[in-house]
Design a protein around this ligand. Structure first.
Ligand SMILES: [Zn+2]
Length: 155
């Protein structure tokens, strides 16, 4: 397989005030999670918090029973910080793990991840991926979840 490369289009020349920050997400200087939650309404929803050449950070809310479409990534490892709720990751190879507030989950490239809210309350997770963040659908080998949606997508 070919290697993937990235281009950093804008370089800093030296110490620089944070004028590149945005007034609205992504790339605000300061994001309060509670304010995002209050502005978004009923889950499911997601909000991009940080986006640049190397990282895509997304706040994702799932209602009880909700979750993602199982998929894998070709060129990056992905990780999450659970901010609230109780989430389950079903992974390729029979691995299942559950995580709750203040816990971090890391999944290497190539591993299918099917993430579901298995608690009784809203779940919030901060997802850290890398652009262009191509997703490749794969049915969950554990629970059998599948659908007729796109087989590849960029998010
Ligand atoms: Zn993913």
């Amino acid at each position: 397989m070919d290697a993937a490369t990235i281009v950093i289009g804008r370089l800093a020349d030296g110490p620089t005030p944070p004028t590149a920050a945005s007034a609205t997400s992504p790339n605000m200087l300061h994001t309060r999670v509670a304010e995002v939650v209050a502005s978004m309404g009923r889950p499911p929803w997601s909000r991009r918090i940080i986006a640049d050449e190397r990282q895509l950070v997304t706040l994702i809310a799932s209602p009880p029973g909700g979750g993602n479409r199982p998929h894998w990534h070709r060129e990056f490892d992905e990780w999450w910080v659970v901010l609230t709720g109780r989430l389950e990751w079903e992974l390729t190879g029979g691995v299942v793990l559950r995580a709750t507030k203040d816990e971090i989950v890391w999944v290497p490239r190539g591993t299918v991840h099917h993430i579901r809210n298995v608690g009784d309350d809203l779940s919030l997770r901060l997802a850290v991926a890398m652009p262009p963040a191509m997703h490749y659908f794969s049915a969950c080998e554990q629970c059998g979840y599948t659908d007729d949606g796109p087989r590849e997508w960029c998010a």
